[in-house]
Design a protein around this ligand. Structure first.
Ligand code: NFE
Length: 474
């Protein structure tokens, strides 16, 4: 008999998400036979930006999320600079990389220890650690549980490291079109270096071994949760001032392919809204012409996320996709591969950060005073900790006239598209064995491996200043 289990809200993620799974017996085993992922709040940041100064874009878009604000700051300034066809000076490029890198490290450490590990490891017997379920908790991982408090310290240290140049974390005012507001001093550089050395030690000696240990005890999860099998990365961390090389290159691979396409044409990206609470007239648009026009209720719709597709296909974004496209990881596509690739990526980024620090010119301005903000169209394709992030902007007579953001979680947690094909996470859930439908921890493992972030919801203001309140319940 089919059981429907609803997780609402899914906990230990950022943002607001509901996942509904249907569980049935298949081949003598209970498993998930259908899944629907729902983003339960509306995010109308694009509409907030219309009519504003371009300088507001990096400030406002960082408020989309407290976990990945730096990526939004980076994407916003790169989109604005793209309008002016301009690249930042050396120190700005390096300071941005160093601040973004710090944000990736805090996010990856946060994700593994505070969001995902408790799916595998019984936490200390105290709130908020103690797990409320007993299903499939395997012994042998006490040493991982013992590292949870140290991980909190490491995450805080990554934030402190980012704040050395950025002034404050999580959201910073230092990302501005034309450069970066800080002038690094020798003492800043040495403070950053000290943090980086300690964090590198944590990543290499604690985080990576812990992930490997979880992978050994739960090795069956290398075969669970493949998802769409299609991988997408835009690339990030500029390695030179001409933007000819990045630490992670962009590209896509269909069906876990060996055959990696090394560039992404954004005209191939469209967003379906057949199952999303947006006006049908806004469906199948490319982000350059995309519209954020909510429609609730709407027949058949079940998510506030649109369904982005590349050449009409769903794609997974994230550390596994980045490492795969860059040729750094090819073991497989699964729940556990996502954790391992994320930890290996933290190691790779931390190592690169040492090089950027050495390249910094102490005492030199990271802002080019000749920068001029033109009107026109701009796009930035970069990466957030959770994967490919795009910002599209149009400036008309000095004001933002159009803005669109597609976040990585939009790719990963998207609902079904115009062809009724589910998003990567929905597909990954199907086939997952479930021991106890009342405690479907196996489904949580699949969901958490993507590190979903449903992004913050907002009320948007009409010109008459009355808030539009969208009711998603009865
Ligand atoms: Ni809110 Fe984010 C990242 C972005 S959401 S955490 O990483 O963009 O997918």
């Amino acid at each position: 008999m089919k059981t429907i289990t609803v997780m609402d809200p899914v906990t230990r993620i950022e943002g607001h998400m509901k996942v509904e799974i249907a569980i049935d017996t298949n081949g003598g085993q209970q498993q998930i036979v259908n899944a629907h992922c729902t983003g339960t709040l509306f995010r109308g940041f694009e509409n907030l930006l219309n009519g504003r100064s371009p300088l507001d874009a990096p400030i406002i878009t960082q408020r989309i999320c407290g976990v990945c604000p730096i990526s939004h700051g980076q994407a916003a300034v790169q989109a604005l600079e793209n309008v002016s066809n301009w690249l930042p000076p050396t120190n700005a490029r390096l300071l941005r990389n160093l601040t973004l890198g710090a944000n990736f490290l805090q996010s990856h450490i946060l994700h593994f220890y505070l969001l995902a590990a408790l799916d595998y490891v019984a936490g200390p017997a105290a709130s908020p650690w103690a797990t409320a379920w007993q299903t499939d908790m395997r012994p042998g991982l006490d040493s991982v549980a013992a590292n949870l408090p140290a991980a909190i310290g490491a995450r805080r240290q990554a934030h402190e490291m980012g704040a050395v140049f950025a002034g404050r974390m999580p959201s910073t005012n230092s990302y501005i079109p034309g450069g970066f507001t800080a002038i690094p001093t020798a003492s800043d550089i040495s403070r950053y270096k000290q943090h980086l050395a300690e964090l590198t030690q944590f990543i290499n000696k604690v985080y990576l071994p812990d992930v490997q240990q979880v992978g050994d005890v739960y090795s069956d999860y290398f075969k669970v949760g493949r998802g769409s099998g299609n991988l997408l990365a835009y690339g990030a961390f500029e390695m030179d001032d001409t933007n000819s090389s990045r630490l992670f290159s962009g590209g896509y691979a269909e069906s876990g392919a060996e055959n990696i396409q090394d560039s992404v044409n954004t005209n191939d990206i469209t967003e379906s809204v057949k199952y999303s609470w947006y006006a049908d007239a806004t469906g199948s648009l490319t982000p350059a012409s995309g519209e954020t026009r909510p429609e609730f209720p709407k027949e058949g719709a079940y998510s506030w996320l649109k369904a982005p597709r590349l050449k009409d296909k769903p794609y997974e974004a994230g550390p596994l996709a980045r490492m795969w496209i860059n040729g750094d990881y090819s073991r497989g596509i699964s729940v556990m591969d996502r954790h391992v690739a994320r930890a290996l990526e933290a190691k790779k980024i931390a190592a690169a950060m040492g090089g950027w620090l050495d390249e910094l010119n102490s005492g030199q301005n990271g802002f080019d005073e000749n920068y001029e903000q033109f009107s026109g169209f701009g796009v930035a394709l970069t990466e957030a900790p959770r994967g490919a992030l795009g910002h599209w902007v149009e400036i008309t007579q000095g004001k933002i006239s159009h803005y669109q953001v597609i976040t990585p979680t939009c790719w990963n947690a998207s609902p079904r598209d115009n062809n009724d094909v589910g998003g990567p996470m929905e597909t990954a859930l199907i086939g997952t064995p479930i021991e106890n439908p009342d405690e479907p921890v196996e489904a949580l493992r699949v969901i958490h491996a993507y590190d979903p972030c449903l992004s913050c919801a907002v009320h948007i203001l009409r010109p008459d200043k009355k808030p539009i309140v969208v009711h998603t319940g009865k």
